[in-house]
Design a protein around this ligand. Structure first.
Ligand code: BES
Ligand code: MN
Ligand code: ZN
Length: 517
């Protein structure tokens, strides 16, 4: 998708397929008074659009849209009026909802060139918003809504290629041109990264093996203009470093495991010795298929487990876009990739393993494999000296009972850092609930045979978090995001399609922006 920004263009004559015009709630009765750009559109339609809006009861509420076919009086084939809500109640949150509805309507009209007008930041998105943010929102949402799943339907099978947005044309006032272009560029980068994470999670497990993941990781580094390095540790290296929990999970698979380490170093970074330098580590669960292992998943439980590497895909996409935005923060992304399969060589319930950090673990359930891979990945990051770790993992089905398919649960060991992560997420409409880690549950992972067992019973998501916390320790900042409920959905929601959502990318970008110095 390309973009174009112009000032001085009359929206009525802009060469676009569909023109999107925002309208404030309660100002529909005289659209010619509403906004300058609405006025020129209305006048060009000889008030037909105005009469249509009134007749159809279009109020301008957030989420509402009205299509007007312009009958050759406008250059655009059609206009989508979309509600911005009441003028004194607008915010970036109402604006995102409004833009989502508008862009979805344009998509349904098969628009390829989409025009946006009437984007005065303070009025459409409230105080505290600026032109660049509004443009970034428009671009990132356009990219996300333009997403087409990486399916493998063919023309032979009767598939017709989807219509895609080709160009976004923003008509703004002259003073806003530069900030608009900056915002659009950043927004496209973020939206594309979300789509990259979605593609990774949607890709079938027969293709997206741990080894295939390493190719994507190398690709991210190769396309980073030298700002991201990629190190891939194979089985031999993993044995040497003692990543026995990850190795145990991989035992039953024909596919070898890999631990990927991507490091973004911003230009002019002072180096690890500098206490000034901001740092963030993203650990993403990267189980490319989770059959459950010997404790096999039944009743269709493994049907969507190709997406059990969603966290790793988000980690990879996030570091890619944080680098593309040139944020001044050192970032590491760690993906410990493996399958969890059933075989004579599989690890078994009752096995006792020594983790990379030295704690011993008794396997209580081979389907609680994610926390094993993450424990070694967290220890890997700690050995590198990292002190701010966020892990993202499709870890427990139980989390759906708390945050459903709308948001994720956050568990952390330091409230300041956890609150920073939660605030960053909420500001992006990625909902996070900070779940307390009550001490009473810490002992749930105790067992007679070893330091820990890998399944601590109810409440499943909290005891899983306590397992990870045993490896993160109390010294460094660590937050675990259980994204099992939101990483993929069986319905469309907001700017997300069915299937993989890429949940977490926007949170991580915002977090990096807030931590960057
Ligand atoms: N990958 C699953 C969790 C999951 C379930 C993600 C549904 C997305 C949708 C995880 O490895 C798992 O199997 N967890 C078990 C843990 C249990 C055995 C302690 C679970 O949640 O049932
Ligand atoms: Mn599992
Ligand atoms: Zn899993």
């Amino acid at each position: 998708m390309k973009f174009k920004t112009t000032s001085a263009t009359n929206p009525a004559t802009a060469k676009v397929d569909t023109l999107l015009v925002g309208v404030f709630e309660g100002e529909v009765n005289d659209l010619t008074n509403a906004t300058d750009s609405a006025r020129s559109v209305i006048l060009a339609t000889a008030n037909a659009a105005q009469r249509q809006a009134v007749a159809e009861g279009f109020k301008g509420a957030v989420g509402e849209t009205l299509v007007h076919f312009s009958d050759n009086r406008l250059t655009a084939k059609n206009v989508v009026f979309y509600g911005l809500g009441a003028r004194d109640k607008t915010s970036i949150f109402t604006f995102r909802k409004a833009v989502t509805a508008a862009l979805k309507r344009a998509k349904a009209l098969k628009a390829e060139v989409v025009g946006f007008t009437a984007l005065d930041a303070k009025s459409v998105a409230g105080e505290g918003t600026d032109t660049a943010k509004v443009a970034e929102t428009v671009a990132s949402y356009a990219a996300m809504i333009d997403y087409v799943m990486n399916h493998q339907k063919t023309a032979k099978g009767g598939h017709k290629k989807e219509t895609r947005f080709r160009k976004l044309h923003l008509i703004v006032d002259a003073a806003s041109l530069d900030a608009t272009e900056r915002g659009l560029e950043a927004g496209f980068a973020v939206g594309r990264a979300v789509n990259f994470a979605r593609d990774l999670a949607n890709e079938p497990a027969n293709e997206l093996t741990p080894h295939a993941m390493t190719k994507y990781a190398r690709g991210v580094a190769a396309a980073s203009n030298g700002t991201i390095s990629c190190t891939v540790h194979d089985r031999k290296a993993l044995k040497k470093m003692g990543a026995n929990l990850l190795l145990a999970v991989s035992q039953g698979s024909e596919e070898p495991p890999y631990l990927m380490d991507l490091v973004y170093t911003p230009a002019g970074y002072k180096g690890d010795a500098s206490s000034e330098a901001a740092q963030l580590t993203i650990v993403g669960k990267s189980v490319t298929f989770d059959s459950g292992g010997i404790d096999i998943k039944v009743n269709g439980g493994s049907r969507h487990m190709k997406r059990d590497m969603s966290g790793g895909g988000v980690a990879m996409a996030a570091i890619q876009v944080i680098a593309a935005l040139g944020l001044n923060i050192k970032v590491r992304a760690v993906m410990a990739a493996t399958e969890n399969m059933v075989d004579g060589k599989s690890y078994k319930p009752g096995d006792v393993l020594t983790s990379m950090n030295g704690l011993t673990v008794e396997i209580d359930n081979t389907d609680a494999e994610g926390r094993l891979t993450l424990a070694d990945a967290i220890e890997y990051a700690k050995r590198k000296g990292d002190t701010n770790i966020v892990d993202l993992a499709t870890l427990t089905g139980a989390v759906k009972g708390v945050t459903g398919d709308v948001g994720a649960c956050a568990f952390g060991n330091h409230d300041d850092f956890t609150n920073t992560v939660v605030a960053a997420a909420m500001s992006q409409d990625e909902k996070l609930l900070n779940v307390p880690m009550w001490e009473e549950f810490r002992a749930s992972n105790n067992t007679e045979m070893a330091d820990l067992k890998n399944s601590g019973g109810q409440p499943g998501s909290t005891t899983a978090a306590f397992f990870l916390r045993a490896f993160a320790g109390e010294e460094i900042n660590w937050v675990h995001l259980d994204i099992a409920g939101v990483a993929f959905r069986d319905r469309e929601l907001g700017p997300d399609p069915r299937g993989a959502t890429g949940f977490g990318v926007r949170t991580l970008v915002e977090l990096a922006r807030r931590l960057a110095k």
